[in-house]
Design a protein around this ligand. Structure first.
Ligand code: F3S
Length: 396
């Protein structure tokens, strides 16, 4: 792999040991994937934040790295943590978990990484432009950045994204290259979709394409929130990092140029298949004892929608609306948080139903409107899920 003289100096340790270790990671990845060179990145988004997922080994690694003078070279943001950093006591997260979580956040902060703790950084200022190279690691955010924004990133692991943030570079392979962004499946919808149908579609298609690139011909135009749900589902039931929607996403015109899609890779999706995917996403018919909305983290629009539905009502089941601190600040100012709290719900920041230790809080069945959450809550938290539209969940 070709390195410029500056990159070679970084690799040789002339800019300190943290940069040397980080370049070693990037060069190793580049060698594995046969990258020709490095590219400069404009931003990083780093996973490996929740104490639940990285444990003591991750905490120690980060604290060791953060004791030096290392600072990230590009604007960088963090994925959700395991607790709401402000309301963790009220939400009854265990104290020892919270203490370790705060040390992890502190280590990242010492490296100059913005502790926004969200999987929707594109809603809070980390917004890459069309064609820009970035190194993001949260799979739903990767899917959104590649597909909806037309930025270019591979599905980085946490250490790879952190190394890229420290060096301001990443190895050029995969989704960074034009040829890595062509579609290899076409899905034609025979029905219109709304709300949680987009998650069901993503769940169904992710299982078929694995790490492929689907091209969708939809009957109706999805909203930005629906594209967010679709990508999260594709990235969790499969390993999708990029999808195209005809007439909607910025690179759909290029996606089918000079590629041959075989008959078996042209697939029609019927209404019944969407209904079937809905059913498969629920693991029980029991009533949820907690409803969790905001996977990926809720936008202000989504919070407004919930507040409108709850105005003047009292919930019979506890509700968490998960989002970032920045979106919550806007929801507070607009009065949406107050309306949700008056109904008995909470707007929860910095964390979510998957990466928090929700299984230690006594809940058994979680109601979700996210196919990604429905996929992960049983495996990562050991709890049952009910998958449905937000309207139905908060009516029950
Ligand atoms: Fe975000 Fe947690 Fe879902 S990190 S995408 S809300 S599983």
């Amino acid at each position: 792999m070709y390195l410029t003289p500056e990159e070679q100096a970084m690799y040789d340790g002339k800019q300190g040991s943290a940069i040397e270790k980080s370049m070693e990671i990037l060069v190793a990845l580049g060698d594995i994937y046969e990258a020709g060179k490095m590219v400069d990145i404009s931003s990083a988004q780093i996973s490996g934040v929740s104490y639940k997922t990285i444990g003591d080994a991750g905490l120690e690694y980060l604290e060791e790295l953060a004791t030096g003078d290392v600072q990230v070279k590009v604007p960088s943001t963090l994925n959700p943590a395991g607790i709401d950093l402000k309301q963790w006591k009220e939400l009854k997260f265990p104290e020892d978990f919270a203490e370790k979580q705060k040390r992890i956040i502190n280590a990242y902060q010492m490296m100059g990484i913005s502790t926004t703790c969200t999987c929707t950084p594109y809603l809070v200022g980390n917004v890459p432009t069309l064609g820009s190279h970035i190194a993001w690691s949260e799979s739903s955010a990767v899917c959104y950045a590649n597909s909806v924004l037309g930025a270019r990133t591979n599905r980085e692991g946490g250490p790879g994204a952190l190394a890229a943030a420290i060096c301001g570079k990443t190895a050029e392979y995969g989704y960074h290259l034009d040829e890595g962004r062509k579609a290899n499946f076409i899905f034609e919808l025979e029905t219109t979709l709304k709300g949680s149908d987009f998650g069901a579609l993503g769940y169904l298609v992710g299982k078929i394409v694995g790490g492929g690139i689907p091209y969708f011909k939809l009957e109706n135009t999805p909203s930005v929130n629906e594209l967010k749900s679709l990508g999260a589902a594709l990235a969790s039931s499969g390993a999708v990092a990029l999808y195209h929607v005809e007439g909607v996403t910025p690179e759909y015109n290029e996606a089918l140029k000079d590629v041959e899609i075989k008959g078996t890779e042209r697939i029609s999706v019927t209404e019944n298949e969407i209904l079937d995917a809905h059913q498969k996403l629920s693991t029980t018919r029991k009533k949820p004892d907690l409803i969790c909305i905001g996977c990926p983290h809720a936008s202000l629009d989504e919070i407004k929608n919930i507040a409108d539905k709850l105005s003047g009502r009292k919930l019979t089941t506890p509700l968490w609306v998960c989002t970032s601190i920045s979106v919550k600040a806007a929801a507070d100012r607009m009065g949406y948080t107050k309306t949700i709290e008056n109904a008995g719900g909470k707007v929860v920041c910095d964390t979510c139903m998957v990466v928090s230790p929700i299984e230690d809080l006594g809940f058994e069945v979680i109601g979700v409107d996210s196919a990604k959450a429905a996929n992960y809550v049983p495996s990562m938290c050991g709890l049952d899920v009910v998958y449905d539209d937000v309207e139905n969940l908060i009516e029950k």
